[in-house]
Write a new protein. Structure first.
Lengths: 823, 257
């Protein structure tokens, strides 16, 4: 038996090596993909532990300071799901109207895409010894001045970078410092920037707080939930927020009952789950894509092994017959094939595992940048993933080998002696030369396509799969990188020319300046709010009107026309069973004493990246709260629209705005739409698109090249005598190389055209099928037909080049030598 | 180019062929000067290992001599590149092999056309000629689309013969054409070759079979890589077969065969 196995190995070395490479690729990708998918939940939990983040925080502003602390602490001590908490003194700094340049209270930076004046932020004390959730710092730099530490998310979504100089002016005193590093916090991501400063500066701010109304003393409670299960933990996070909110609402009721003139207790909270949801879907997509690719490579392995085993049985029919005559059973002969492929599979799986473990850190880096956290130690190769990958590949290989050797059953000593020549043959002469109108080499190439059905089906299948993948990836790439209309439509983010935040309500001089810019079209006010939808926490986006919207957010239904109409997140609506025409009750979280607002759902929007659940008219705010208190322009973001092609550059607009009112800067920064959406998510997906595109095209090229190397080597081995005869008849080496290339090219063109077309046409439906789990159930990606043609050309050229190169050994075929070999 | 007799279709000067087998040089053809006359049915005979097939492949341009010149149709083909040799063969040489070597994945008609279309002639004419030739050799139309595995050895050799002559080569080279055939099929194939010869075709055949050899008009005897002697039997006549056989037998006896 051992000698039979050895004989199999020596006769098909090239095939085995290439099959082995595919097995390695499949195993390593599946291990990495599964490790990412399986590790996603623990990733965030470990990242929480590494970064020492809480699960929730609540910031409370009240006057007098600290009155509610006891009630909240009492609740937290009684809540059995709370693991621990701490209480932090913090300062909220906000720039006020009428500040001169010298009195700016802000962090400032500028880039070519716009400029940012961070007008309001929260200062936390990095040297606070009582902080149970003291952050882990990274990417730290040392410079002269006060140190400011910001979150990774802050760096990712703003124009600030580590090392930037920062100036803080309070009551005429200026504190110069710099962004000294990053801390990872998984709760503080929205609305306000939470910045840790050195204890020294923190004390300075505290001292100044009494004399500056722009600085308010607040406290912050960081809480960690006592539950290791991420799903349950997330549920408890939301539960905790609701419970804390109830405590504060009751506190407000008690206070107002005692004295109606007392001010409200204001609060803001966020959870780790909200942060997680923003990045988790993309990381899961990466993991799933790797697993899917691994499965595809495994299918290729199955096709290749099927072909090799069948070819081997066909070629070895005489030997198999002799072995049967000697007494070997069918089972033993099939086992010999299983044994050789088992050995190859085992060796390659070990190599695949080793490579998977070695390459994991590279993928972890990608995951880290996607998660906007330093979580490189939070994810590692998953043992379950290794087990599943090994089991899957082993099952595929063994079942394919077993099925492919079925033909051994029908081999008898007699049929083997006749070299499998059948008494009756029903073969048809396809693509006969007598009707040929094309060049003889091309015709002979095509003839070999129809004459070797198994090989042709295999090549077409593999090229089809690979071109389908390339087409799929290119459609995604085009829509993420080249024409982003479709993906922006799914992001629920408007793509105005500029987003401007003002620092006071006297915006007239600025708008006069903006209105005078040639091509000015509109200014639309917009704000984001926290609210409850039928009692469940959510976030909403409100617009003054929808007349100038460039992002077509409406997936189904229509834009709101009246103040009580809203759009609702499709995934959320599906989860909750909301239908078009249903009514929901909205409730502002801060204004618990105000009345609820009933709104009608008139359309769905898709929500690929944002956590927004509701989109409606600004007037809704009026129903939830007295909008007049919001009349101050600084509560709104202004979306500025210009006519197509007439928008000024960020530099030009900056110049214009800085000249208003004698250089007295009254706006708190602006961003271009491109930057606004880019920083939110497009930059991440663009980077991913580049990487995925290059990886997929490289792997496609490698897979196709390896396949051709194997097939052509096999063909040269099996057909060397025919080629020797061709040469004797007068065919040159070049003629034969052309025939080989033509046969492969024909198969490649067929496979790539079918694959590219299927890929292009099915990208959106497939993404929609999986996208509904991440909030995007309807992808309407543009099909870039030019790319589809390029894929066919790329694969065709690749096949042509590789075939010609692999066929070069034809030159060594000496007709005299080969024809002298008898038998 | 050296002037050679116009009646010689092939002329060699100092032809040598050496093989290296296991590091040992084996001289198969030794300084051989040979002339193949146009229109002759030349037969090369000799013991096994005497270099018959090596000589045939060298003369036909399928193999390169180690030393010496081969002047074929007035051209020194020993200097040709492999591709030039291939192109030369397609116009000047036809081959008949003992094992026929038809492509199993192609019908017999396609096997012939794959050779015929190389000439660059009108494809309809080539096809027409292939049909006519096949019918001439006894292959019916109903068999044109059959595969080699569906035919007998004799039929295959006749197909091989048609393939060899489809481009009207200057010389038909035959390497043991009847070696794998039974007696009846051998006679049929040899009859066709004699007919070709009668039509003016030059034929160079290697054989160790006397019944095949007597079909030629000129018999060369090769021994240890040199032509030991030759005999001219005149053109084949079926009525003189026995006499030709005796003459050849005597000649071969003299050669120590």
């Amino acid at each position: 038996m051992r000698s039979i196995i050895k004989s199999h190995f020596h006769k098909g070395k090239t095939g085995f090596i290439i099959t082995g490479l595919f097995i390695i690729l499949s195993v390593l990708m599946m291990i990495i993909g599964l490790s990412i998918c399986f590790g996603i939940d623990t990733l965030y939990q470990k990242a929480r532990d590494i970064s020492n983040s809480p699960d929730c925080f609540i910031s409370v502003y009240e006057s007098p300071y600290g009155e509610s602390q006891a009630r909240l602490e009492e609740f937290l001590k009684s809540a059995d799901y709370v693991e621990n908490y701490d209480l932090q003194e913090i300062y909220y700094l906000e720039k006020e109207e009428g500040e001169s340049v010298d009195k700016r209270l802000e962090i400032y930076t500028t880039t070519e895409k716009g400029n940012t004046f961070l007008s309001s932020w929260v200062a936390l004390n990095i040297d606070d010894e009582n902080n149970a959730f003291k952050p882990q710092l990274r990417d730290t730099v040392e410079k002269e001045g006060y140190k400011f530490y910001v979150t990774g998310n802050f760096i990712a979504t703003t124009m600030f970078s580590v090392g930037d100089n920062v100036r803080l002016a309070i009551n005429g005193k200026t504190y110069k410092g710099y962004i000294a590093g990053i801390y990872d916090d998984m709760t503080r991501i929205y609305n306000t920037a939470y910045i840790y400063v050195s204890g020294e500066l923190f004390q300075e701010i505290a001292k100044q707080a009494d004399g500056d109304s722009r600085i308010t003393r607040e406290y912050n409670i960081n809480i960690r939930i006592d539950n290791k299960d991420e799903v349950e933990n997330a549920r408890l996070q939301q539960q905790l927020c609701k419970d804390l909110e109830s405590v504060i609402v009751q506190l407000n009721i008690d206070r107002l009952t005692q004295d109606p003139t007392l001010p409200y207790i204001y609060y803001d909270y966020s959870t780790r789950d909200i942060f997680t949801q923003g990045t988790k879907s993309f990381i899961l997509l990466l993991g799933t894509a790797l697993v899917a690719f691994s499965v595809i490579v495994a299918i290729i392995v199955a096709i290749v092994i099927g072909f090799l085993v069948r070819s081997s049985v066909f070629d070895e029919v005489r030997n198999l017959g002799v072995l049967k005559a000697l007494g070997y059973t069918t089972g033993q002969l099939r086992l010999s094939y299983l044994a050789i492929y088992g050995v190859i599979c085992g060796v390659c799986m070990i190599i695949g595992m080793a490579l998977g473990i070695c390459l994991m850190p590279a993928f972890v880096n990608v995951v880290t940048s996607m998660a906007r956290l330093d979580c490189s130690k939070a994810i590692s190769v998953n043992v379950g993933g290794i087990f599943l990958a090994v089991a899957f590949v082993l099952a595929v290989v063994s079942s394919v080998v077993y099925l492919s050797t079925a033909k051994v059953k029908s081999v008898t000593p007699l049929s083997a002696m006749r070299n499998n020549v059948q008494t009756h043959s029903f073969r048809r002469n396809r693509a006969s030369l007598d009707k040929s109108k094309i060049h003889i080499n091309a015709h002979l190439g095509i003839k070999s396509v129809v004459g070797e059905t198994h090989r042709s089906i295999m090549v077409i299948s593999i090229v089809l799969i690979m071109s389908l993948l390339c087409s799929f990836v290119s459609v995604v790439f085009y829509n993420l990188k080249v024409d982003q209309t479709a993906i922006i439509n799914m992001s629920a983010m408007e793509n105005a020319d500029f987003y401007i935040n003002f620092s006071n309500d006297d915006t007239t001089p600025y708008f006069d300046a903006i209105h005078n810019i040639d091509g000015f079209e509109a200014d639309v006010r917009h704000t984001g709010i926290g609210l409850e939808i039928d009692g469940e926490y959510g976030r909403g986006k409100l617009y003054e009107n929808f007349d100038y919207m460039r992002t077509d957010m409406v997936y189904k239904g229509r834009y709101p026309k009246y103040a009580n109409e809203i759009l609702i997140d499709y995934a959320y609506a599906t989860e909750k069973g909301y239908k078009l025409g249903d009514s929901v009750t909205l409730h502002m979280e801060r204004e618990a004493l105000e009345s609820d607002k009933s709104c009608v759902i008139v359309g769905y929007f898709q929500n690929l990246v944002d956590v927004c659940k509701v989109i409606g008219f600004l007037e809704i705010l009026d129903g939830l709260y007295d909008i007049s208190t919001y009349e101050d322009s600084r509560y709104f973001q202004h979306l500025i629209y210009f006519e197509k092609g007439k928008a000024p550059s960020a530099d030009e607009l900056s110049e214009i705005l800085l000249q208003v009112d004698g250089g007295k800067v009254m706006f708190s920064g602006f961003q271009t739409g491109e930057y606004y959406i880019g920083s939110a998510f497009l930059d991440t997906v663009e980077t991913a698109a580049d990487a995925v595109m290059s990886v997929f095209f490289s792997i496609t090229a490698i897979v196709i090249a390896l396949l051709l190397v194997m097939l052509i080597k096999l063909k040269l081995l099996r057909e060397r005598r025919n080629y020797a005869v061709y040469k004797a008849l007068g065919y040159t080496s070049w003629d034969i190389m052309l025939q080989i290339a033509m046969s492969m090219l024909t198969l490649g063109i067929i496979g790539s055209i079918i694959g590219s077309l299927i890929g292009a046409l099915t990208t959106s439906p497939i993404l929609s099928l999986f996208g509904k789990y991440i909030g995007a159930g309807h992808f309407a990606f543009i099909i870039p037909w030019g790319y589809t043609v390029c894929i066919v050309l790329f694969i065709s050229l690749l096949i042509c080049a590789v075939s010609m190169l692999c066929a070069i050994p034809v030159r060594k075929i000496n007709p005299a030598k080969h024809l002298r070999e008898r038998g | 180019m050296q002037k050679v007799n116009d009646s010689f279709v092939i002329h060699t000067q100092g032809l040598c062929k050496t093989f290296s087998i296991g590091g040992v040089q084996q001289h198969v053809l030794n300084n051989l000067d040979i002339d193949i006359v146009e229109g002759d049915f030349t037969v090369i005979m000799g013991n096994s290992g005497s270099g018959k097939s090596t000589l045939l492949y060298a003369l036909s341009g399928m193999d390169r001599p180690t030393l010496g010149k081969i002047i074929f149709g007035g051209q020194n083909i020993s200097d040709f590149s492999n591709d030039k040799l291939a192109k030369f063969r397609r116009a000047n040489c036809g081959f008949i092999f003992q094992e026929v070597f038809l492509n199993d994945n192609m019908s017999i008609m396609d096997n012939i056309l794959a050779a015929g279309y190389l000439s660059g002639r009108n494809r309809k004419q080539v096809y027409q000629e292939a049909c006519e030739r096949l019918i001439q050799v006894g292959i019916g139309k109903d068999m044109f689309n059959k595969f080699p595995s569906q035919m007998s050895g004799g039929e295959l050799q006749r197909v091989g013969l048609v393939r060899a002559i489809i481009n009207s080569p200057k010389v038909v080279f035959a390497d043991e054409p009847t070696g794998a055939l039974n007696s009846a099929n051998s006679v049929a194939v040899l009859d066709i070759m004699n007919k070709l010869h009668a039509d003016g075709k030059s034929i160079l055949m290697v054989t160790h079979d006397m019944r095949s050899a007597i079909r030629g008009n000129r018999i060369l005897y090769l021994k240890d890589g040199v032509i030991l002697n030759e005999i001219n039997l005149g053109n084949y006549d079926v009525l003189q077969e026995k006499q030709r056989l005796d003459t050849l037998k005597t000649f071969l006896d003299e050669m120590g065969w």
